[in-house]
Design a protein around this ligand. Sequence first.
Ligand code: ZN
Length: 141
Amino acid sequence: MENTHNNTGIKPISQTYAVLNAKCPRCRRGDMFMNPMYGFKSQKMYTSCSHCALKYERELGYFYVSMFISYALNVAQMITVGILTYFITGNTESPWLYMGTIFPVVLILAPLNFRYSRVLLLHYMTPGLNYIPSMSENKGS
Ligand SMILES: [Zn+2]
């Protein structure tokens, strides 16, 4: 599925690249977000792809689903940090130690979760939305 060979001479863009760089799931060329992940402005998403004009919000309220993904990512991160804290310190007494390690990590990763929950939703959990290599062609060629 990943290596889509075609005779049009277009080099397929890998899904890993597209996911990591928050690119459009259909053409893997257009950006999904307007501004960088970490900045003083809140993250804004484009309504549609600048390259292939795909509408990102598939239907009204589509991104509510991404909150569940974000929540799952959050829980996974909290558990990971909790376990790491335990292995590093061996502490089983103080809940404050765990609060002190888990809370900042969750805060730091919040923008990442926001962004990647939407990226994962569009790339892996949206039926009928697939990479179309011919869509990644340069416009006007
Ligand atoms: Zn696109």
